[in-house]
Write a protein that binds this ligand. Structure first.
Ligand code: NDP
Length: 282
């Protein structure tokens, strides 16, 4: 099984669970809770959420799913950039903890860069750590130069991850950001590993070459995409699934290896970047 380590912690399965769009619809809540719990049963320990998702609604769903089993999860939430100052971050974190029905986060991320100076956000993260409210902190949607800037700030080296968009049809981070993070041993959390829902995802699921690889291995295209994302060291995928069947497939992808030939087919169909491109975001 592929695993990942944050800051020398014990190894975690390299596939976790996303939660964007959970908590939007009361009628789906039971199914979402059941899917997250099934994920935990299958060892998908890392659960990624944010105060932004359903304006706290996704954190509520996660809180319900974790009732009585908080210690089985490695819990990640994110702060809005405009809440990432010293006073606001404390209050935002308190609200997230209340909704999540826990007294600590394993990881707290700055959701994207905003107007609060990085040094102030680092100080806020440090005080939350000292208060025991968060164990680690990191960033999201930071490009190559943002990471260099962060590491130059006092305390910036304590950042344990950068969460960015990455899937086989969006490989921009492979040009410079991913190698930089790998070199510094900062794991990358890959969001949208299944290209979300929508036209692009549909086109990938219908792609003849991906379908052929999937058929030959007796797996789904989604599993090919996840196995591809976690094929390299230091990358964790956080697919969101709101059905138990999807969660089971996603967990099974932890042990799927793509052969050199299969990787070469994917490289030809979805080439690695040859030059710098703007960081892809949603
Ligand atoms: P994903 O790429 O994870 O795609 C989610 C879609 O894939 C859903 O429609 C889901 O359907 C479907 N799906 C899941 N598993 C399978 C499967 N095995 N077979 C077929 N379809 C499947 O997109 P997300 O945008 O949700 O990204 C993942 C997570 O990353 C988010 O939920 C969030 O936690 C995080 N994120 C972070 C961002 C950031 O700025 N830091 C930005 C965007 C996302 P269903 O729900 O019906 O199971």
């Amino acid at each position: 099984m592929k695993t990942i380590k944050f800051n020398g912690e014990s190894a975690l399965p390299a596939i976790g669970q996303g939660t964007w769009y959970m908590g939007e619809n009361a009628a789906q809540r039971g199914q979402e809770v059941a899917a997250l719990q099934a994920g935990l049963d299958h060892g998908l320990k890392v659960i990624d959420t944010a105060e932004m998702y359903a304006e706290g609604g996704a954190e509520d769903v996660v809180g319900e799913a974790l009732r009585g089993r908080r210690d089985q999860a490695w819990l990640v939430s994110k702060v809005y950039p405009w809440n990432a100052g010293e006073v606001d971050a404390f209050e935002a974190c308190e609200r997230s903890l209340r909704r999540l029905q826990t007294d600590y986060l394993d990881l707290y991320l700055l959701h994207w860069r905003g107007n609060v100076p990085l040094e102030e956000t680092i100080r806020a993260m440090q005080s939350l750590q000292q208060q025991g409210k968060i164990r680690h902190w990191g960033v999201s949607n930071f490009d190559h130069d943002d990471m260099l800037e962060l590491w130059n700030e006092p305390g910036g080296n304590a950042c344990v991850t950068n969460q960015v968009l990455y899937h086989l049809a969006s490989r921009g981070i492979e040009y410079d950001l991913l190698p930089l993070c790998q070199q510094r041993e900062v794991p990358v959390m890959a969001y949208c590993p299944l290209a979300q829902a929508g036209r692009l995802r549909q086109a990938l699921f219908e792609d003849g070459q991906l379908q052929q690889i999937a058929q030959q291995k007796g797996i789904s295209v989604a599993q090919v995409m996840l196995a591809w994302v976690i094929r390299q060291k230091g990358v964790l995928a956080i697919p969101k699934a709101s059905s138990v069947a999807h969660v089971q497939q996603n967990a099974a992808a932890l042990t799927i290896d793509l052969t050199h030939e299969e990787l070469a087919i994917i490289d030809r169909a979805f080439p690695a970047p040859q030059h710098k491109t703007a960081l892809d975001v949603v």
